[in-house]
Design a protein around this ligand. Sequence first.
Ligand SMILES: Nc1nc2c(ncn2[C@@H]2O[C@H](COP(=O)(O)OP(=O)(O)OP(=O)(O)O)[C@@H](O)[C@H]2O)c(=O)[nH]1
Ligand SMILES: [Mg+2]
Length: 234
Amino acid sequence: MINLFIIGPAGSGKTTLTYSFGKWLEEEGYSVGYINLDPGVIILPFTPSFDVREIVNINEIILNEKLGPNGALIRASEIIENNISKIIDKINSISCDYLLIDTPGQMELFLFREMGPLISSSLNGRKASIFIIDPSFMKRRNDFITLKLLGIIVELRLGVPSIEIINKCDLLKEITPSKIETGMLAGLAEEINDIVEKIEKKKRTIMVSAKNNIGLLELYNAINELFCVCGDLT
Ligand SMILES: Nc1nc2c(ncn2[C@@H]2O[C@H](COP(=O)(O)OP(=O)(O)OP(=O)(O)O)[C@@H](O)[C@H]2O)c(=O)[nH]1
Ligand SMILES: [Mg+2]
């Protein structure tokens, strides 16, 4: 069994990718489980085997605790953390070849609180994250470097290897980001870029369109290369 955390900035296509990659895997003959960990999502294109909204209801939090949407999301993540053992048990009880875990729109709820690291360290089976870069961040080199660095932080926080993809490649006309910008922070950007390139030497970035089903075979191959499973998913 392979657990895949789908992670990326708000609106980068996590939910769409969870759905389209899951469907693609099912068509290849694999059994797929879907998990929704986003307490704020309203409509899901897939039917989750476990949905965190069973535990926490954002609308109730907003009404009962008179919070705004962001305050309610933070409160929701506290409730999730208080119920983490129950959630982990429920997820671990699911049996499938691939478990696709859709994470909250606000990355920080998953990455920079305890929810992500706790779930990641407690799940059975092999684990990896798919880190999504949105092409709108590729226009400025400095933004791109920041996101690449965030990809490394995802690995550090979750303690699992990460596959980096650029989603929405159907929207991408120009894939080479601009040069590092000049100015006061140019030196800093250069140094971070050097570190990212050194760490990511062997990594390739996969171009995907979750919406148009582009790059899903490449994504599948990258996952299998990561684990060298060669068809053996036991
Ligand atoms: N053109 C294009 N649009 C996409 C692609 N993938 C997702 N989208 C669109 O991007 C928007 C956000 O997609 P979601 O899948 O909801 O993104 P998300 O990361 O789950 O969003 P949050 O959970 O709210 O952070 C939707 O309008 C999708 O249709 C893609 O590959 N190409
Ligand atoms: Mg989503």
